[in-house]
Design a binder for this molecule. Sequence first.
Ligand code: MN
Length: 602
Amino acid sequence: MSKKIFVTDTILRDAHQSLLATRMRTDDMLPICDKLDKVGYWSLEVWGGATFDACVRFLKEDPWERLRKLRAALPNTRLQMLLRGQNLLGYRHYSDDVVKAFVAKAAVNGIDVFRIFDAMNDVRNLRVAIEAVKAAGKHAQGTIAYTTSPVHTIEAFVAQAKQMEAMGCDSVAIKDMAGLLTPFATGQLVKALKAEQSLPVFIHSHDTAGLAAMCQLKAIENGADHIDTAISSFAWGTSHPGTESMVAALKGSEFDTGLNLELLQEIGLYFYAVRKKYHQFESEFTAVDTRVQVNQVPGGMISNLANQLKEQGALNRMNEVLAEIPRVREDLGFPPLVTPTSQIVGTQAFFNVLAGERYKTITNEVKLYLQGGYGKAPGVVNEQLRRQAIGSEEVIDVRPADLLKPEMTKLRADIGNLAKSEEDVLTFAMFPDIGRKFLEEREAGTLTPEVLLPIPEAGAVASAGGEGVPTEFVIDVHGETYRVDITGVGVKAEGKRHFYLSIDGMPEEVVFEPLNEFVGGGSSKRKQASEPGHVSTTMPGNIVDVLVKEGDVVKAGQPVLITEAMKMETEVQAAIAGKVTAIHVAKGDRVNPGEILIEIEG
Ligand code: MN
């Protein structure tokens, strides 16, 4: 008896998302598509996840244009995307008409297979997307976001798969984004899924803990039908098992994939060179890190947290934050840690550690979560915390999107002539700020992708400064010595210029702005708070909104500002009742802890 195992290669989506901060450009994909198309993959994952965001934010590429180019270059292979259910590719719940429009356009532009997941595993958040995929005549894959907790049992996962089967899915995926699967647990889960439902089972396992290939083998032995891999030069660590390795492992067995190893190795060599081009995006957190098996914090989340902690000057608190994350997760009823819950839990844990008191500050996202705004928590949430967070406000027990009115008409009106197509409207819908900026820059002809640094062997330092300009410095900060090399200089845009540095060999990016604009921005010129009526923050961040104006009378505890730190919003409240006598901030300002932002006289 033999059973062919089908392969999905993630090289054009998850592999570079996991290793290179999603920075691979379309120009580095197209030259190899002819070979990729001949391999005989069941599908290539090419779109969705963070690729849309990265295209618009960093690469200044139209993500829809990328999809059409890949479709044309890969005529014989199914193209697959990752879709966050009702969140699509953004970070909030969209109304059903946006979900339907997005799926329809993704299908028209070339997607054949939609892997659809919800961060809470709340299948109500999958339904509209699944129906839209079926309406477009495409393959709808229901996804189990795998995690471990007292409430995440095999029975619970099987029940979820059966619900997705009943909703019309064509297959089911086990999505182990964190690398939490172990080989024997995988075998048991796959065996139960195969026994109790009839859909083909896909296994998507990150190799963060070094176990993914063993998990896949156990999955295959227990009946799994499909595996996700990555071409070897973009494999392993926080990415996936290597395609060539898995093909070789199964070759000649009853589970032979039938893929051509020689052709795969040519493709591997191509991507070996491509990866070097993006060396500046390689973090120190992409190799195997077994800690995930203890703290359950996914690799991608650790590197994000490290970047954000560094930004806040608090990298030394990393271990405390890692210890706090499981406690916050338990308080929230054990959500899987994946976008957006990973950020919600991670940031709250960070606040809890930095404030020296748990839940002294509760982010707006945690409030919304506890209110049911993301769907139903997998387990029981901490009821005392919920009361503290939402007070007397009602808990939502319907599907969150049931509370949303149709949005497409308003989105079309809001973006107006900047949108040349329905796809442009959807780009704006996903990312209101950066999407609009992208469309404006496209209109003005000023789209400027971030600069790729020269490959180190080619002499990065010499090329940056030019004749007679120093590019290497030794600087002293509080008695510590650092070696700083300028490795690249970006294009000047909007009065800002990006400099790429390495500090003691670690890549950094610095944005310089002219001094007059810097002062105009007001940062660091504010006085230090000294009285109860001085409203300030405990965290560095940005002002999202100022909720009061001069002359307003406020109550103690009334929210007066909304700030943003680490992508999460927080309300800042008045400590005393009184009259607002001065406001020293505006929307968009950068603020530091302890500065007087608003003055209230009691
Ligand atoms: Mn993944």
